[in-house]
Every structure is written in C-alpha cells, then in structure tokens.
Design a binder for this molecule. Structure first.
Ligand code: ADP
Length: 413
C-alpha cells in the first residue's frame, strides 16, 4: 500500500482554464480521503491527474516518495472506479473480476485465489456464477469494486461511484465501501459533490471551490471549525446561519434589530481587536435553542427574536426558517415543539459553538490566525498610503516598521 503526495499541483487546460490551483496534500498509507465541493470545483481534474489520465501542468505528484508526474497510467499501480460501472454483460461475476488479471497473464491459481478473496470481502461469493443482469444495482457496484480489488493496486481512486444508485442504496453502499476499505486497507481517494458522503466516509476531507483547496481536515474538525464561510455553508444541512453585525462592549449587536448577543470570555479575548468592527456570527441551526427548551434559560443572554417563515416538519426534527431584520436564520430542533409560521419566537445561541468570520474576506477568525487591522501612514503622499488588510499579527508590526523606514528615507531625500 502507499502514501501519496501532491505538491503545488496545478492544471491549466488548453484554452487557458486554470482548473486546479496549487493543490498540496500529504496522504498517508491507508487513509480514506474525500475531495468534496460543488460541480466544476476541480475534483475530477485532480483525481484524473493522479490517475495519469490528465497531464499535470506544473507541480509534483509522488507515490511512496517517488516522483510519478510522467509515469504512464498503467505504471502508477492505481485502480479507478467510476460512477458508470460498465461490467461485461456476457461474463459471469467471476469472469468480470478475473478479466484484468487474465490480461496481465497472472497464473490461473493466483487469479482464482484473488477473485475468491475479493468475493468474500464484497459478500459476492453466492453470486460468482451469475451474469450482471441478474444482480441488483448495489451488487453490480460491488462487482465493479471487485475488479479493482483483485488487482491489489497501491491506490484506489473513486469518482462519484454511488451517484447512479437510488437514495436508499447509496446509504447502504456508503457503509459497505467504508467496511471494504477497512478490510482491504488501501489508500483511497474518493470524489463526491455530496457533503454527507464526505462526512460519513472520510478519514480526512478536502473541501474545494473554484479550483482552490478551502480546507483539509477530519470531518468533525471541518464541521466544528470551518476555515471560512464557504466551508461553513457547504458542510452541514441546513447550512450554518450567518448573522451580520458589530462587536460592541462584550456583545455582538445584530444588524437591523440592534439585539445583543453576549460574548463569552473566550470570545471577548478572541475579538479584542475587533471592537466596533463588522463581523459575521456563525451558528449552526442545531445550536440555536428554542425558548421552550429547558436549556434556554442558561443561554438567554445570547438570545434574539425571529419572525418565523416556512416551518419544515421532517419527522423527528423540525426546521424553522426565520428572519431577524435583514439576517436570516434557521432553527433546527426536536419536533416535540411546535411553531407556527408568521409568529415571533425567541431563540438563544448555544454560544460556545459560535464561529466568527471576517465579513470582507469570509475567513474564520481564530486565535492564531490573522486579524483585521488598518494601518495608515499619514506622513506618506496619497499615492503611498498603505492599507494593510489581514496580515498575520507579527507581520503587522514589521510592515509598520517598513513603512516608517520608507517615510524616513523619503524625508532624507
Ligand atoms: P468537478 O469534478 O469538481 O465537477 P472538474 O474537475 O470536472 O470539476 O472541472 C473543473 C473545471 O475545469 C471546470 O471549470 C470545467 O469546466 C473545466 N474543465 C474540465 N475539463 C476540461 C477540459 N477538458 N478542457 C477545458 N476545461 C475543462
């Protein structure tokens, strides 16, 4: 099995489309990595560059520390499973799985052992003599996986392998693929636009947008600490609520209504440099607490009113869509509470879960991250005036020193 490394990998298609920008990741042996993002964000292009089906424009791609940029697909020891799992209709399950090995002139005994072992892992042993037309969709997808498993590749690549299956089967196959991955133990890279697949299957997720990596992390980490508003909105349903407002004297003051959400001591520390600045208060729908909930009392200093709109009853839970001035929010709660549309309710934020974002850059604010600061050097001419936005803390003072140096030089002249 294998480790995979991509270092500043880029793809520029003929015609100038820059589909993938500086893609870098270190994938450890046996990891299950999921590339997720909306259509057109560059997931398949990246996967195809790894497979050798698409040339890498620049950057390095290594397997087990060996540069593989120009290796032919067949020499990369990679198997790819696509969404359309074209099986040979005239061949039995056994022959479908054996075929690639037969072409590679693997001895018959070895083929037999590998097919039977794969069939066991895939729970296909009873179906080895059947033709594909006598199998269910899920069984056919497992045969397609089996054709890759028998080859014992270093790396498995899967491009939306479940998107042709109906919803129920997709859910079943998700856990099947995870189980198979655990048994086979091969490094796997899986592409999907479905954030639920990413959350449930991945050991680490790579969230992509417009050809750029937005965040790499374990599902839970990405969910709890999204790096920016795009990730916060893309991972999790319904999406995270974004409440716009201003930080003021230990409170977050909501736009429009002026309602105040108390900041926790940690949040005050985090936002110490943002007094009077506009920010976005991110809170997930399940971290809003309805006024009738017992927990409400504890968080009532962090509450605000919502005018209710659509109320979606989804069995055990209910999603209440609401507005607070210009801000929109969704409350996700147990359906044991009932709420009508076009009424006013009060909700509290379970404030420990709040996340703050820079309204301009959309980046999350973290204690060791960048801060928003404007530095204006009044001694300079208008042309030279410098506004530094979002520089790591240490760099700001260096930048200010540099500006002062520049001013002194100018006045020396
Ligand atoms: P995803 O898999 O995330 O849906 P793709 O990797 O297929 O996205 O595409 C990324 C971008 O590259 C898109 O803007 C797409 O239109 C463009 N693209 C894909 N294939 C080609 C190609 N052969 N020539 C030019 N542009 C392409």
């Amino acid at each position: 099995m294998a480790s995979v490394q991509l270092i500043n990998v880029n793809k520029v298609y003929d015609g100038g489309v820059h589909a993938v920008h500086d893609f870098s990741i270190d994938i450890k042996d046996k990891e299950f990595i999921v590339f997720v993002g909306p259509s057109g964000c560059g997931k398949s292009t990246t996967l195809r560059m790894i497979a050798g089906l698409e040339e890498i424009s620049y950057g390095d791609f290594l397997i087990d520390g060996k540069l593989m940029n120009s290796a032919a697909p067949k020499d990369r020891d990679i198997a790819m499973v696509f969404q359309s799992y074209a099986l040979y209709p005239q061949m039995t399950v056994y022959k479908n799985m054996a075929y690639a090995l037969k072409l590679r002139k693997v001895p018959k005994d070895e083929i037999d052992a590998r097919v039977k072992e794969a069939a066991k892992i895939l729970k296909l042993t009873p179906y080895l003599d059947r033709k594909p037309r006598a199998l269910s969709g899920g069984q056919r997808q497992r045969v397609a996986l089996g054709r890759s498993i028998v080859r014992r590749p270093k790396v498995f690549l899967m491009d939306e392998p479940l998107s042709n299956l109906d919803a129920k089967l997709r859910v079943a196959m998700r856990s099947e693929i995870v189980r198979i991955h655990e048994e086979v133990g091969a490094t796997t890279i899986y592409v999907t636009h479905d954030q639920i697949e990413a959350m449930t299957m991945a050991s680490r997720i790579v969230v992509m947008k417009d050809g750029f990596i937005q965040q790499i992390g374990e599902p839970n980490e990405v969910y709890k600490n999204p790096a920016n508003m795009f990730v916060a909105g893309f991972i999790g349903t319904p999406a995270m609520n974004f409440l716009h407002g201003i930080v003021e004297k230990g409170f977050f003051v909501l736009d429009g209504t002026g309602e105040k959400i108390r900041l926790t001591p940690d949040q005050k520390k985090l936002l110490a440099n943002y007094e009077g600045k506009r920010l976005v208060y991110g809170i997930r729908p399940e971290n809003l607490i309805f006024e009738e909930d017992d927990r409400f009392e504890k968080f009532k200093d962090c509450s605000f009113k919502l005018k209710t709109g659509m109320v979606e009853l989804l069995g055990d839970i209910v999603n209440v869509h609401g507005t607070s001035g210009e801000n929109k929010a969704i409350l996700k709660m147990s359906s044991k509470y009932s709420v009508k549309d076009k009424t006013e309710i009060t909700v509290a934020t379970d404030c420990e879960y709040a996340r703050f974002f820079n309204e301009t850059t959309t980046r999350a604010i973290t204690s060791n991250d960048c801060e928003y600061e404007e530095v204006e050097a009044t001694d300079l001419t208008d042309e030279d005036k410098v506004v530094i936005v979002e520089k790591p803390k240490g760099l700001i003072s260096k930048a200010v020193d540099a500006i002062k140096g520049a001013v002194n030089k100018k006045s020396d002249k």
